[in-house]
Design a protein around this ligand. Structure first.
Ligand code: AMP
Length: 147
């Protein structure tokens, strides 16, 4: 799909859920649960320094049996974060989700963080697009038959 990521952000909003690296895992999980999201961006003085997702809770905390009240996010976050430009396409985002096997992408306009998209946002966008296209085609065919 050739639509830019910026169009999805316009619809979805530019909100970003974030924590600082010094919070505990249990504080980050509380934030995720409160906002019903699966990932927290980790920001230090406004700069993106990591990402921490529900998968990290399973693999890096629950799996090895660490205490989420003791461990800090900075010690279990992913620090090499892949980001996407608002000018990239929805197809580009989907390719990254598939190739990199993660479900979240911060959107960076140069140095500026302007939103986050998830694989859920993208699949919803694609299915809405297909539904609208099918509607158009149905109307077009019905219109053609009426004449
Ligand atoms: P997810 O599928 O998004 O829950 O993430 C799976 C793994 O990839 C976790 O270890 C995340 O910390 C990591 N991850 C998620 N999103 C990104 C991203 N945009 N760049 C780099 N790593 C990521």
């Amino acid at each position: 799909m050739n639509v830019p990521v910026s169009a999805l952000l316009e619809r979805k909003g530019h909100g970003v859920f974030s924590v600082t690296p010094q919070v505990t895992v249990s504080q980050a999980v509380a934030e995720m649960n409160q906002h019903r999201v699966g990932a927290m961006l980790v920001l230090e003085s406004g700069r993106l320094v990591g990402i921490f997702t529900e998968r990290d809770v399973l693999r890096r905390i629950v799996g090895p049996g660490l205490d989420p009240h003791q461990v800090l996010v900075k010690d279990v976050m992913t620090t090499r974060v892949t980001t996407i430009s608002p000018d990239a396409t929805i197809d580009n985002a989907m390719a990254l989700f598939t190739e990199e096997r993660f479900r979240h992408l911060p959107v960076m306009d140069g140095e500026r963080l302007i939103g986050t998209i998830s694989i859920g946002d993208v699949t919803r966008w694609i299915s809405d697009h297909h539904r609208m296209e099918a509607e158009h085609l149905k109307n077009y065919i019905a219109g053609g038959l009426a004449t």
